[in-house]
Design a protein around this ligand. Structure first.
Ligand SMILES: [Zn+2]
Length: 345
């Protein structure tokens, strides 16, 4: 149990983190995330009080009490157009993705989910809705996580059935597993609630490291709901965190102090990769790249992705993988150790 006197771990693994021992002696594990949020965002159509304001071409958009039609159509560019442009680049190079899938977004476009599964992409759960959870009561967030988990399972079963009936998809009838979680705009309760839900190999609601790490998550506490879940007694549960990143992320195309052009995004990704590649001679790390179809899928930005994929393609010993591959590798090679895992409460 590490420094239980303070609820945060400012030290991590310190000056000498563990050697990742990536497969094939890779110097860096590059992990591309494609977020699918469109159809799960704030919209009075979905029962929300106001329209969406976040991560669109309208920086600083107002929240309207009725539908915001231009905002909606900017979101629709993602699943209608941008996603196919991005997938072409990964198809051409035979590279896998992790999909951060908002469940109500995937629900509105099951053929897209089928396509990801046929490609062999990992489907991770990005929550029931693409909304902020900071002020959500714990009991409501618990129910949303439970609903998101069950609904995702149903969608994956349906996708397997559809792919089995469609030889061209090539996905067979195997039901894809969804064992990764990322809320995004999470709350102080999120990690505990995800662990209490169970069935997840990792979550990615963390930005403070370049390597996965284990926690001991204190469950069955915090919101006075113990009487409703009698099987939940306070206990410490081993839990893996696979960190994500918001700097090497196309969301900065639409934020203040962000990337103005694809050249900015490309050079930032290249610099991050080159630094990690150099470090990786002695201390390999992981690099997360976050993508959104409605942003990076625009013609003026896609070249930055092409150039970055070409750049890493010119290097030996790079492991381009899914997030679950990193989680599985870490679980086997760097298993949970209660002596070093921080207690998360
Ligand atoms: Zn997201």
């Amino acid at each position: 149990m590490k420094h239980p006197d303070y609820a945060r771990d400012l030290r991590g693994r310190g000056r000498q983190p563990p050697h990742a021992q990536w497969p094939g002696g890779a110097r860096v594990a590059v992990q591309f995330v494609l977020n699918v949020e469109e159809g799960g965002e704030n919209n009075p159509l979905h029962g929300d009080a106001t329209s969406e304001t976040f991560l669109s071409e309208i920086v600083g958009a107002q929240a309207y009490a009725n539908r915001h039609m231009s905002m909606e159509s900017m979101y629709e560019y993602g699943p209608r157009v941008g996603v196919w442009r991005i997938l072409r680049e990964f198809d051409a190079r035979g590279l896998p993705l992790t999909i951060f899938g908002v469940v109500t977004a995937l629900q509105r476009y099951p053929q897209l989910l089928q396509h990801f599964i046929a490609r062999g992409d990992e489907i991770a759960n990005h929550g029931l809705r693409w909304i902020a959870h900071q002020a959500m009561p714990a009991e409501q967030e618990r129910e949303q996580i439970a609903t998101a988990t069950a609904l995702m399972q149903t969608l994956l079963q349906q996708a397997a059935g559809s792919n089995a009936n469609n030889d061209a998809a090539g996905g067979g009838s195997t039901i894809a597993a969804c064992t990764g979680w990322y809320t995004g705009r999470d709350s102080p309760n999120t990690r505990r609630l995800v662990v209490e839900q169970g069935g997840y190999d990792y979550d990615s609601d963390y930005y403070g490291d370049d390597l996965p790490f284990w926690l001991q998550v204190q469950t069955g506490s915090g919101d006075g709901e113990l009487h409703r879940v009698p099987h939940q007694v306070p206990r410490l549960v081993p839990h893996l965190v696979v960190p994500y990143a918001l700097d090497t992320n196309d969301m900065r195309f639409v934020q203040a102090q962000g990337f103005n052009t694809g050249e900015h995004f490309f050079s930032y990704l290249r610099d991050a990769f080159d630094a990690l590649y150099a470090e990786g001679e002695l201390a390999p790390k992981m690099m997360s790249v976050g993508m959104h179809s409605r942003l990076l899928g625009k013609p003026g930005r896609i070249g930055s992705l092409q150039r970055f994929l070409d750049h890493i393609g010119r290097h030996e010993r790079v492991w381009v993988c899914r997030r679950i591959d990193i989680a599985r590798h870490w679980t086997v090679v760097h298993p949970f150790d209660p002596a070093t895992a921080f207690v998360w409460q």
